[in-house]
Ligand binder design. Structure first.
Ligand SMILES: Cc1ncc(COP(=O)(O)O)c(C=O)c1O
Length: 439
């Protein structure tokens, strides 16, 4: 039998030994190139507060611990939930003999982008009929917010400031400042009523320079769980039209609350706008990074041509950033959205999630009221979506964590999906105790 050659030839192994020797001697002699990125050039970044919270929760050995920080749905056993319809679609895709792992196109999976469009603007939207909406699949909602921010920063002729609600999803600030947009805030949450500070919001939008970009949460506002009513949306639209503001909708919780009504209303009113859409929460496809970015041009003779130009520039931006989006989650969402039977099952799964959250809302309010916990708890049931802005102070949040092993963001936001029939009594007792101690 012929001898096989060793995998490394003697000459290459002696040259790599030589490389190692010379880097070792350079190290010992202190003659390596000086570092550009020393610890003083690059300061340590603060830990992401939410991911820091998750880590602290994981490391807490208490068997009583409760995680109310997580922005993901949990079932009644505090476990991640694979939607049954997603499991079904996943199995079908997995067993498809024609499945391959080729790249998607720059804009993503057409079956997903077309369905995502319909889900947001409605199948019979004039924007679709008049070919003045373009959609690119993105790295979930975060990627969609980023792609939109990048486009506006590069192509908006006036480089306007973007106004964010106070408070907002914390990542908005980082994403928009990273792409070079100036950021301002508009009041949103009233600490007094624990509802919308509608007057504050309107007067800030009135005072903003004409043509500002206004970031609006389409539904189930994160972190407050407070949305404008339809009548308030109408007033916001009227004011924004007067001031020629540009709406940037972020929709990460479609299906948990009043859906896409506001977006459709703004399109009806003739706005040019964009939408960042996430399928993380409503499909439970968090880690698959499935989302879409839509740009809707205002109606008019030039609209379709203008929209095609926008689409072409978005494709260039996307190409340079991610080349093309990930396929697996997109295939799952597309399969469900395009199949009427699976779509119905998806709606059932959404009802399962939102129904359990509603039960936790009324259960928590009932328990706090029964205990006579100081304060009013009506907002727990009037707020909607995945989160509740409890109104608990930073000191109370800290006491809940230190004494009761209950984890939530320091602004008092709780993820309602973190509550279940096993921990809701304990949590109500904990809240009651810290509120009494500190009030
Ligand atoms: C308001 C808002 N926008 C966007 C996102 C983006 O989420 P993802 O990138 O996971 O889709 C989130 C997630 O928490 C959010 O709350």
């Amino acid at each position: 039998m012929a001898h096989q050659k060793p995998p490394t030839s003697p000459s290459s192994s002696s040259s790599s030994a030589h490389d190692r020797l010379s880097s070792l001697s350079a190290h010992i002699m202190g003659s390596s190139n000086p570092s550009v990125f020393t610890a003083s050039t690059v300061a340590a970044a603060p830990e992401d507060p939410l991911f820091g919270l998750m880590k602290a929760y994981r490391e807490d050995p208490s068997d009583k611990k409760v995680d109310l920080g997580i922005g993901a749905y949990r079932d009644n056993n505090a476990k991640p939930w694979v939607l049954p319809v997603v499991k079904k679609a996943d199995d079908a895709i997995h067993n498809d003999p024609n499945l391959n792992h080729e790249y998607l196109s720059i804009g993503g999976l057409p079956d997903l982008t077309a369905a995502a469009q319909k889900l947001i603007v409605g199948a019979d939207s004039p924007a679709i009929k008049e070919k003045r909406i373009c959609t690119l699949q993105t790295i979930s909602g975060t990627g969609a917010v980023h792609l939109g921010g990048l486009f506006l920063s590069k192509f908006h002729p006036q480089k306007p400031t973007i106004y964010l609600s106070n408070p907002t999803w914390a990542n908005h600030n980082q994403i928009f400042s990273n792409v070079g947009l100036k950021i301002a805030q508009y009041p949103y949450f009233s600490a007094k009523t624990k509802g919308l500070d509608f007057d504050g919001m309107l007067s800030a939008l009135r005072a903003a320079p004409n043509g500002s970009i206004i970031l609006l949460h389409a539904c189930a506002h994160n972190p407050t769980g407070v949305d404008p009513t339809e009548d308030q949306w109408r007033q916001i639209a009227t004011l924004m039209r007067e001031r020629a503001h540009f709406p940037f909708f972020d929709t990460a919780y479609q299906g948990f609350a009043s859906d896409a009504w506001a977006i459709r209303y703004f399109i009806e009113q003739g706005f040019e706008l964009c939408v960042a859409q996430s399928f993380a929460k409503n499909f439970g496809l968090y880690g698959e990074r499935t989302g879409a970015f839509h740009f809707v041009s205002a109606g008019g003779a030039d609209a379709s041509a203008a929209n095609a130009n926008v689409a072409s520039q978005l494709a260039i931006l996307q190409r340079s950033e991610i080349s093309n989006p990930p396929a697996y989650g997109a295939r799952i969402a597309a399969k469900v959205l395009n199949d009427p039977q699976l779509f119905k099952e998806w709606e059932d799964d959404l009802r399962t999630m939102s129904g359990r959250i509603l039960e936790m809302r009324s259960g928590l309010r009932e328990r706090l009221e029964k205990r006579g916990t100081p304060g009013s708890w009506e907002h727990i049931t009037s707020q909607i979506g995945m989160f509740s802005f409890t109104g608990l102070t930073e000191t109370q949040v800290k006491a809940l964590r230190d004494k009761w092993h209950v984890y939530m963001t320091k602004n008092g936001r709780i993820s309602m999906a973190g509550l279940n029939t096993n921990n809701i009594d304990y949590f109500a007792e904990a809240v009651d105790s810290v509120v009494r101690e500190t009030s």
